[in-house]
Design a protein around this ligand. Sequence first.
Ligand code: MTE
Ligand code: CO
Length: 426
Amino acid sequence: MSDDDLRQEGGTSRRDFLRTAGLAAGGAVVGAAAGAQEADPLITEVQEWASATGEGVDATPYGMPIRFESDVVRRTVSWLTADPISSINFTPIHALDGTITPQGCAFERHHSGAIELSKDNYRLMITGLVDRPLVFTFDDLMRFPRENHVYFCECAANSGMEWAGAQLNGAQFTHGMIHNMEYSGVPLRILLEEAGVKPEGQWIFVEGADASSNGRSIPMEKAMDDVLVAFTANGEALRKEHGYPVRLVVPGWEGNMWVKWLRRIGVTHSAVEAREETSKYTDLMPDGRARKWTWAMDAKSVITSPSPQMPIRHGAGPLVLTGLAWSGRGAIERVDVSLDGGVNWQTARLAAPAQKFALTRFYLDIEWDGRPMLLQSRAIDETGYVQPTKHQLRAIRGLNSVYHNNGIQTWAVYENGAVENVELDA
Ligand code: MTE
Ligand code: CO
């Protein structure tokens, strides 16, 4: 199975054009302030939760989100693939803030299901064009120097269902095949040096221990640069679904190369040899040719709130617009936000200095006048690359692609605060 299974729904795009009908449905309270003065029993009266003691520290050895947050979960789209073992679920990016994705709600993509592999049964083999073929146990890996890095992992198919037009109503579904975690791991370079890569070893072929094995080729230059053999995410062991006990982290490059349950690294001769051995993703162009070796994820961004799953609940007045930006080619330099479908742009505030290959959180604090908006965000990375519009992208890549859709997303905000996934006319 491959990501080719992420089919579009019979070409019936849900919204091809912005509909301006029915905009005046709401009762926006113009001028309402964020904060009120009246006596509120929730602050003036003693409440039930203050009248008795709460749970002791032994109640929850491993903490879970409070029940009021139970809708902040991964979700799937049932028609995407035939079977959940070869499917994908989506990170609830609309409901998160900051940049770190908790493992428990980080999207999953499996080609043959999530397997259970213990540390005791774990082995990693390095073979092929090396002086000393090696097999590492988990404990062996723990004896090499480690590094910590925050990186995003984006499936190449993220936003793939949106190629033909606006289709899925939520940032979780349009942009949620991404997570951003802090990994601890051993630089792959150190393990390759331990095995002694022969001069003719120009590529590696990496495989997982699951039935699909998800074999992928990676050029030696990248393997020796910043690839990590990782065993923790956000400080704790990888979850089963993210490759416990060990996964490959390939910063900035498409998620399918981030092999989970990492089992074998074969050092191969040349790009040609690796090309014959590997399966890979390609992007079908309008003229029938295909783009391939499209490893790095181009700069992209999305407004996470407001968004279809995060309507404006408070009417006009102060409004925090926020979203995420990222690039697989370097740090995010700037994010622009438009309230009018790309006519005028304002520079958003980055929550923290942008880090290379990690998600960047942006904010734009506005006074909403209660009128409809067409929200867009546009990321610019340190290479100077500017995130394209969907029309610009389609002019070059056509409509047949599944992968690498980094076009600018448009959310229509209506007077009642509802938000919808729309597309603008060219
Ligand atoms: N590794 C193995 N062994 N098996 C897989 O099915 N899926 C790949 C990649 N690594 C896969 C794998 C794909 S397509 C993606 S997008 C990422 O893992 C997703 O990683 P995640 O499940 O931690 O989000
Ligand atoms: Co993927």
